[in-house]
Design a protein around this ligand. Structure first.
Ligand code: SF4
Length: 81
């Protein structure tokens, strides 16, 4: 996958951050985000609107961790393409 985003339903449980801290981070509110340092657009948001691709080296290095985070999200709100 080259793009990940957080859809509606995040409960800020931090499971994805624990599994893939280079990609996911808790935000200042009640959700989490796809870290700007991991994205081509550099923004710190859920990436639901932007759908910015991951930086290629980040996507490659974290592929297994991202898959694990997607599988482990309790509300299935981590989306990818
Ligand atoms: S694992 Fe899912 S519910 Fe938990 S913080 Fe990450 S996106 Fe939100």
């Amino acid at each position: 996958m080259t793009t990940v985003w957080i859809a509606e339903g995040c409960i800020a449980c931090s499971a994805c951050v624990d599994v893939a801290p280079e990609v996911f981070a808790l935000d200042a509110g009640d959700g989490c985000l796809v870290a700007g340092v991991a994205r081509l657009d550099g923004r710190n948001t859920s990436n639901a609107a932007e759908r910015s691709p991951l930086r290629p080296e980040v996507a490659e290095a974290n592929a297994a961790a991202i898959s694990e985070a997607i599988a482990g999200c309790p509300t299935e709100c981590i989306k990818s393409q």
